[in-house]
Design a binder for this molecule. Structure first.
Ligand code: SAM
Length: 287
């Protein structure tokens, strides 16, 4: 079999295994060696590393990572790819394929069982239809993960990186920046994939670290953010008083007063620190 990034190899595999790309499963396979190296190098993989991959496809990244890492576990939903992976990754004895839906797997248990508790790096070219739920599952559950290096739509990576007072700044920016330090590794054009997606992609690295923000109640913090951004055009006072948090306007007015955050501002102008301050004050006022 030829190089896994070669379109002729992919066509050969498709014919041999009667495999068809599933648009619904976000199957856009990498056909650019340079991008595969950028991702693997962006993750700084060494021989002691444990890697968790999501969506190995035909194993193009899995192959490179297994050559460098101690162990790779890859979660793939598509049964039709299992015999393909058996062949493409036959040279390795440090790869385990888990045939499951990443959103349904108990990742904490999987990490414990596969890596004996050693925090893995998550490295993946993510299926785009569920990028945000996957990243949020990895971050929100506070799993033992040391690093996340993933390919996502460029527009989603830009939202993860966005700062206040920009159009891209939203609940995803705050959540990602609360749990990690994001940095763009590289931007990837549609021509690096087969079939080609409609939009550009970015490889983004999220260095997971404990936040230095002190939150009295994490749920109130995230609900405040959700409410503030679900009605972006409203003032904070109006957005929060009609949101999921169910805090009365009177209590909110007191919280704005006490925290010094102006309720007439829009959510998109608040820094993460200001969201934390406001949420902590809401907790104090409503207890
Ligand atoms: N890693 C390969 C590459 O770079 O060429 C394939 C990447 S492709 C963008 C996304 C992969 O995720 C596909 O193999 C797809 O079948 C798999 N996938 C889609 N939804 C999934 C899910 N819910 N759980 C696990 N894998 C999934």
């Amino acid at each position: 079999m030829g190089k896994l990034t070669s379109p002729s190899t992919i066509k050969y595999i498709m014919a041999k295994y009667d495999f068809k790309f599933s648009k619904g499963l976000g199957q856009n396979f990498l056909i650019n060696d340079m991008v595969v190296s950028d991702i693997v190098e962006g993750a700084e993989i060494n021989e002691n590393d444990c890697i968790l991959e999501i969506g190995p496809g035909i194993g193009v990244m899995t192959y490179e990572m297994a050559s460098r890492a101690d162990k790779v576990t890859a979660i793939e939903i598509d049964n039709y790819l299992l015999p393909v992976l058996d062949e493409t990754l036959a040279d390795f004895d440090n790869i385990t394929i888990v045939n499951n839906d990443v959103l349904k797997v108990d990742l904490r248990k999987l990490i414990d069982e596969h890596f004996s508790g050693k925090p893995p790096k998550v490295v993946a070219n993510l299926p785009y239809y569920i990028t945000t739920p996957i990243v949020m599952k990895l971050l929100e559950d506070e799993l033992p993960i040391s690093d996340i290096v993933v390919m996502v739509q460029k527009e989603v990576a830009d939202r993860m990186m966005a700062k206040p007072r920009t159009k891209a700044y939203g609940a995803l920016s705050v959540a990602v920046q609360y749990y990690s330090e994001p940095e763009i590794v590289t931007v990837v054009p549609p021509s690096s994939f087969m079939p080609q997606p409609k939009v550009a992609s970015s490889v983004i690295r999220l260095k997971v670290r404990p936040s230095d923000l002190e939150l009295l109640d994490k749920k109130t913090f995230f609900n405040t953010i959700k409410d503030a951004f679900s009605k972006r055009r409203k003032t904070l006072l109006n957005a929060l008083s009609s949101g999921i948090m169910k805090v009365s306007k009177d209590d909110l007015k007191i919280a704005f007063e006490k925290s010094g955050v102006d309720g007439g501002r829009r959510g998109e102008t608040l820094t993460i620190d200001e969201f934390a301050l406001l949420a902590n004050t809401i907790v104090e006022v409503t207890k």
